[in-house]
Design a protein around this ligand. Structure first.
Ligand code: AHR
Length: 499
């Protein structure tokens, strides 16, 4: 296979939205407890935050973290998680059939967010609760003081308001599995009303309405249209969620998962713009892809407990990722970057232990899964502006998406440093690809660094004992000059080339 990529530093899609490199912490399984928070762990700080996990979160380059759910938020009472820990109630978590101790809540999360150096994205419960409780949460979090709830925050040790700007108005409200699921007009009305109330406190908040839970929901499309018809003027972003896994061992389609992400983003953008056009609005609704990842949903660890069993922080959704999964995650990041004129926030779901790039053992080690690597490299090196690449590639056949480009790619260019980075995926499962990258508009340094993951044992995984077994390795094929490079991509691989 061959591919040609033509780039010009003057032809740009948009500045790289730093919020594209977000993640997600839900009260689910071991994401919070024995994930980011484990008092008594050898690396824990006085607040109980695991130091080894914090170091990996910083290395991952995460910019935002969505909290506290997910399905969990739809029956959560945020007040349970504030005040003296020994007086907080234990509650049944109806989403994941677990016992929530509430030892970790909003104030702990905000302390952790500061330690991690990330921006919070706060989700409000619009399942079992409504506008009043969302506004109460906002007052507690963001009002400076002098009101009942702001003074409670101050009494709980946080004198300064948290200044949380980005808010999710509920979670997956179209899903029958969601506690308090609604129809699109019902939810759209509630989201609009809640957004209006929140804006009376602060008109500059950035508010995300729930889109569909995934693009194959029976209501996909009409859901977005009806929600936006109610809430277009009141919200800023609409959410998309998507999880991918190989179906019946179909590797070629799995490697081309970004094809689905591209189509999904393009479809929601078109629907949002059509609602805007009908309203003769000049406002554009942006996209928050606030849950995305590879998730083996049919695997056993995804099944929550049942019956009389309400465990605290059980191991749930603990996928152990392979090299093939890392290639797909790299491809999904390429799709997000390519759409950075409309996708201005995204969250990989989730951060630790639960379908996560970082794994931990209670009381023991923390390590990087394979999917950690493309995320960390992309977050670190996708800087400046996304370029509008002209791509001409051989195709490869997939059962699910038909013929697709064998080589998918995106590139960024940083005016301030003169650095260009190209991210590429070879989606052919069995054929290498010879790629040429031509650069106009500026001269580049030649090959500064080129690394690849894939092309060998696609099933390799990392473990606590072999934490760096599967990671990107230098790709020695890359060669070039100031006006471009050539390189070889092994079959089923993800590559980052810095020029
Ligand atoms: O991330 C796991 C779950 O997937 C979330 O709780 C939910 O929003 C989605 O269905």
């Amino acid at each position: 296979n061959t591919a040609r990529l033509i780039l010009d530093t003057r032809r740009r899609v948009a500045p790289v939205p730093r919020r594209l490199f977000g993640s997600f912490v839900e009260h689910l399984g071991r994401c919070v407890y024995t994930g980011i928070y484990e008092p008594g762990h050898p690396t824990a700080d006085p607040h109980g935050f695991r130091g080894d996990v914090l170091a990996l979160v910083r290395e991952l380059g995460v910019t935002t973290v969505r909290y506290p759910g997910g399905n969990f938020v739809s029956s959560y009472r945020w007040e349970d998680g504030i005040g003296p820990v020994d007086q907080r109630p234990a509650r049944l978590d109806l989403a994941w059939h677990s016992l929530e101790t509430n030892a970790f809540g909003l104030d702990e999360f905000m302390r952790w967010v500061r330690a991690a150096g990330v921006e919070p994205i706060m989700a409000a419960n619009l399942g079992t609760r409504g506008t009043a409780e969302a506004v109460d949460l906002l007052e507690y979090a963001n009002h400076r003081g002098g009101s009942h709830l702001a003074d409670r925050r101050r009494d709980n040790g946080a004198a300064d308001p948290y200044g949380i700007r980005l808010w999710c108005l509920g979670n997956e409200m179209d899903g029958p599995w969601q506690v308090g699921a609604r129809t699109a007009p019902e939810y759209g009305r509630l989201a609009a009303q809640t957004a209006k109330a929140m804006r009376r406190f602060d008109p500059d908040l950035e508010l995300i309405a729930c889109g569909s839970s995934h693009s194959s929901m029976p209501t996909f499309g009409t859901w977005e249209r009806d929600v936006l018809t109610e809430a277009y003027d009141d919200i800023d972003l609409i959410s998309l969620h998507a999880y991918y896994q190989p179906v019946d061992g179909d590797l070629p389609s799995f490697l081309a998962s970004a094809e689905d992400m591209d189509r999904y983003i393009d479809a929601v953008t078109a629907i949002a713009d059509s609602v805007g056009a009908i309203r003769r609005s000049t406002k554009k609704i942006m996209i928050a892809f606030d849950e995305w990842n590879v998730w083996y949903q049919s695997a056993a660890p995804s099944t929550p407990p049942s019956g009389e069993d309400w465990p605290v922080a059980p191991p749930l959704l603990e996928d152990h990722y392979s090299v093939a999964d890392a290639v797909v995650v790299g491809g999904l990041l390429i799709s997000l970057l390519r759409h950075s004129d409309r996708v201005t926030a995204a969250c990989q779901a989730q951060l630790v232990n639960v379908i996560a790039p970082i794994m931990t053992e209670p009381g023991g080690a923390a390590w990087r899964q394979t999917i950690f690597h493309p995320f960390a490299r992309t977050a670190r090196h996708a800087r400046g502006a996304v370029l509008d690449a002209l791509r001409d590639s051989s195709t490869t056949a997939t059962d699910r998406y038909g013929e697709v480009d064998a080589v998918d790619a995106v590139s960024t260019w940083d005016d301030s440093t003169g650095e260009m980075t190209v991210f590429l995926v070879n989606r052919s499962a069995d054929t290498p690809a010879e790629v040429t990258v031509e650069v106009g508009g500026a001269r580049v340094a030649g090959v500064v660094e080129c690394v690849t993951i894939g092309g060998g044992d696609l099933d390799a995984r990392n473990t606590a004992d072999g934490p760096d077994h599967a990671a990107p390795r230098p790709n020695g094929s890359a060669h070039g000059t100031g006006s471009g490079i050539g390189l070889t991509l092994p079959p089923a691989s993800w590559t980052m080339a810095r020029l």
